[in-house]
Design a protein around this ligand. Structure first.
Ligand code: FNR
Length: 373
């Protein structure tokens, strides 16, 4: 269908399911074990309702914010997700350009189909890009990587800590593929970012192959000071899943935390990020003053974004929706995705009685213990 017919993120996903190869879709959509966390990430938002305020002036409504000091047109960003070329020959660059067009920030995956250099070169000079880091188990190799991305001009490091081993993703494991041999049509993936070797998919699936050399012994005491020593970039910990670790992150002095369960792809039954955010707001509100808090996982509507911002999230990330949008419509699909969310966010803000993100407050949210279908 023409892009003008796409009204929602689920419309976009529907198109993607029709055009993606079986294997690409299995890799993008899959999640761990019975995919409970993946499903519940989205459903968790249905337990949070608005206590909307009326009779407030909202004719002008500005949904913009800053993330680590960088301007963002709406409180969302692209959560780094691997292998965009599986869905479209231009890969991650579709997202880079779409993000620039719409004024939002892309976090580039360590396992992108394109190298950090290629993505930076395709970007606009004025456009901030963040980098998602999978730390190699060899400190020297990891250090070279960090220095490389800092030199290239990436503006922040999102250190992923929830993927020290790969989750058990059966849909992905059942459709094995070799990274540079796609079975239908042209070879889209050039494995630049993972070296020139062909990665054989084993019982751990694609993710297991991609993160095979990552550090499984990271600690607060060792890894954060190491990263601070070799880089001046802001550090965000990606993959915080409980209040206790949010506190430890604040004590470690990092600049932000991304509350995330990796889109349900790692530990099944890891609590939905929206619930963890709610617990943090109730139990430790001071943490929100010590660092920036973000969430990702299951965000599919503007109201999801507005709910999270009410509870104190600076911004929310989306992973799969960007992969689907660029697969289905390339750069234009990415722009459209952001435009849809922008419209939904502004409408929700106006109806809840907010003319800027500063007007979005915890007391506007009520958690209920019943669940909509
Ligand atoms: C991911 N994610 C991810 N995270 C990360 O830190 N490094 C990575 O390389 C990847 N790769 C990746 C590939 C694919 C196909 C998906 C779907 C996800 C996780 C991602 O950053 C994010 O946490 C989730 O995608 C958020 O959930 P939603 O928005 O997809 O529901």
């Amino acid at each position: 269908p023409p892009l003008s017919r796409i009204l929602s993120l689920s419309d976009m996903e529907n198109v993607a399911t029709q055009i993606l190869s079986h294997r690409a879709y299995a890799y993008y959509a899959s999640a761990a074990d019975d995919e409970i966390s993946s499903m519940e990430n989205a459903r968790a938002f249905t337990r949070f309702f608005f206590q909307a305020r009326v009779m407030r002036p909202v004719a002008t409504c500005d949904p913009s914010t800053t993330i680590l000091g960088f301007k963002s047109a709406i409180p969302i960003f692209v959560s780094g997700a691997a292998l965009a070329k599986l869905g479209h020959p231009n890969g991650e660059i579709n997202i880079t350009k779409g993000a620039f067009n719409e004024g939002i920030i892309q976090m580039v995956s360590s396992n992108a189909s394109l190298s950090p250099t290629a993505i930076m070169q395709a970007s606009d000079q004025t456009q901030p890009l963040f980098f998602q880091l999978y730390k190699h188990r060899d400190d020297d190799i990891a250090e070279r990587r960090v220095r490389e991305i800092e030199t290239l001009g990436y503006k922040a490091i999102f250190l992923t800590v929830d993927a020290i081993v790969a989750g058990n993703r059966e849909r992905d494991i059942r459709s094995p593929w070799v990274l540079d041999e796609q079975d239908n049509g042209p070879v889209y993936y050039q494995p630049e970012s993972v070296g020139t070797k062909t990665i054989e998919v084993n019982i751990f699936g694609t993710a297991g192959a991609l993160i095979a050399n990552d550090d499984r012994d990271m600690t607060w005491e060792k890894t954060i000071p190491w990263l601070r020593r070799i880089s001046r970039l802001p550090i965000v910990i990606k993959g915080i899943q409980c209040v206790q670790d949010a506190i430890l992150a604040a004590e470690a002095g990092v600049d932000g935390i991304l509350i995330s369960n990796h889109g349900g792809r790692q530990l099944d039954y890891s609590l939905p990020p929206m619930e963890t955010l709610y617990a943090l707001r109730r139990q430790r509100p001071e943490v929100f003053d010590q660092l920036e808090v973000y969430i990702d996982g299951g965000v599919r509507r503007g109201t999801d974004v507005v709910k999270a911002v009410c509870l104190g999230a600076r911004a929310v990330g989306l992973g799969r929706p960007f992969l689907y949008a660029q697969s289905a419509y390339g750069e234009a699909g990415v722009s459209k995705l952001v435009q849809i969310l922008r419209r939904e966010i502004v409408t929700a803000m106006q109806l809840v009685g907010a003319s800027s993100v500063n007007d979005l407050l915890p007391e506007m949210i009520q958690r209920v213990d019943w669940q909509t279908p």
